[in-house]
Design a protein around this ligand. Structure first.
Ligand code: NAD
Ligand code: ZN
Ligand code: ZN
Length: 391
């Protein structure tokens, strides 16, 4: 029996209020409206930004309305499409995107940015183009985090925020390309444009930082220094290509001085993948003063960094990156191809897998530094349309 044009009842992890654990609830997911697509989420990663928004919303994140369904790093299958959707059909494998690509605006046409603003303001406050969400619970509207909401068995997204990927893609792996891995990898190869034989320092060795290391290695950097206060991350960092790993807590002087001394004057590229203003300044100062490039991938929305002007005057560059600079709808399918062709690692990021009802455990693992990525399966193994889609 087709579910198209029907309201679908399914399970989702609902964030009722900041600072409180997610609750598995039955939610109702409305059919897609014009230029929208309803997707069955098969697998989702759990990103630091999800955790940060739930537990640090008053610290570094702007206030967004609750209740909401978090999750923005996922892969799934199109269930049905709304009116005027021409590029997707039921059964297509897809990756929903928190960054749109409309293909028509000035920004989409420009090679200088990936920051399309289609439906932007609405997505930031958790609603779709008509100002409402498609998810509700107990008669109440539930907001869609960044317009995605992948901690739900079904969700609805705009057709400009969805990448169609190849039919043989492994959904429980390529879900990571919806955020963390694409961001870190792109921070190195697209934003910093790391060069052959250069020296790099990557601050923070979570999924974003490890992907940045992978990018530095693919770009054939000569020296890749991984920096983290959790030395348990070092083994993985070396696997991804770090040539050295250092723990700032092993030194009495600031980490930037350690890096500058170690590299005779500073690295060519520093990539901040922590999300801390103090580390952002340290990353900038660990680059060579003449041409050092510092790229910020770590996320904070309300905090400032302090930079001595003199630190920039000799020629350093400081820039940020959103989703690694990739044009989302166009580039994500190519990254999927790179993974399927063994040119890009993804499996190595996945340290844990869990079911939807264990999602709070995934947050604990991330926060306690025990996981890189936990992949959540949205359906139990007993259900025939569950993880088997991934094989
Ligand atoms: P994560 O929690 O898995 O990793 C962060 C790492 O930083 C951890 O290994 C932690 O031990 C380390 N760390 C903490 N304090 C440190 C310090 N003082 N010095 C060195 N290392 C330190 O997080 P993640 O999922 O890899 O995300 C990293 C950051 O990237 C977050 O801020 C996240 O919100 C952000 N992010 C940004 C984008 C974007 O588009 N720019 C996309 C995804 C994630
Ligand atoms: Zn993310
Ligand atoms: Zn656009």
């Amino acid at each position: 029996m087709t579910t198209a044009r029907q309201v679908i009842k399914c399970k989702a992890a609902v964030a009722w209020e900041p600072g409180r654990a997610l609750v598995i609830e039955e939610v109702e997911v409305a059919p897609p409206k014009a230029h929208e697509v309803r997707i069955k989420i098969v697998a989702t990663g759990v990103c630091h930004t999800d955790w940060e928004y739930l537990y640090e919303t008053h610290k570094g994140m702007k206030s967004r309305p609750f209740p909401l369904v978090l999750g923005h790093e996922a892969a799934g299958i199109v269930e049905s499409v709304g009116p005027d959707v021409t590029t997707f059909s039921p059964g297509d494998k897809v990756i929903p995107l928190f960054l749109p690509y409309c293909g028509e605006c000035e920004r989409c046409q420009s090679p200088k940015t990936n920051h399309c603003r289609k439906n932007w303001e609405n997505a930031q406050v958790g609603v779709l183009a008509d100002g409402t969400s498609r998810i509700s619970c107990k008669g109440q509207q539930v907001y869609q985090f960044l317009g995605v909401s992948s901690f739900s068995q079904y969700t609805v997204v705009p057709d400009t925020s969805l990448a169609k990927i190849r039919a043989d893609a492994l959904l429980d792996k390529v879900c990571l390309l919806g955020c963390g891995v694409s961001t870190g990898y792109g921070a190195a190869v697209k934003a910093a444009k790391v060069e052959k034989d250069s020296s790099c320092a990557v601050f923070g060795l979570g999924a974003v930082g490890l992907a940045a290391i992978m990018g530095c290695k693919v770009a054939m950097a000569k020296t890749i220094i991984g920096i983290d206060i959790n030395p348990e991350k070092f083994e993985k960092a070396k696997l991804f290509g770090a040539t050295d790993c250092i723990n700032p807590r092993d030194f009495s002087k600031p980490i930037q001085e350690v890096v500058v001394e170690k590299t005779n004057g500073g690295v060519d590229y520093a990539l901040e993948c922590v999300g801390s203003p103090v580390i952002m300044s340290a990353a900038l100062e660990s680059t060579t003063d003449a041409w050092g490039m510092c790229v910020i991938a770590g996320w904070t929305e309300t905090e400032s960094i302090s930079v001595l002007v003199e630190k920039l005057l000799m020629g350093r560059t400081l820039k940020g990156t959103y989703f690694g600079g990739w044009k989302s709808v166009l580039d994500v399918p190519k990254l999927v191809d790179d993974y399927m062709d063994n040119k890009l690692k993804l499996d190595e990021f996945i340290t844990h897998t869990r079911q939807l009802n264990q999602i709070n455990e995934a947050f604990d693992l991330l926060k306690n530094g025990k996981s890189i990525r936990t992949v959540i399966y949205l359906r139990g193994p007993q259900e025939t349309d569950g993880p088997s889609y991934a094989t």
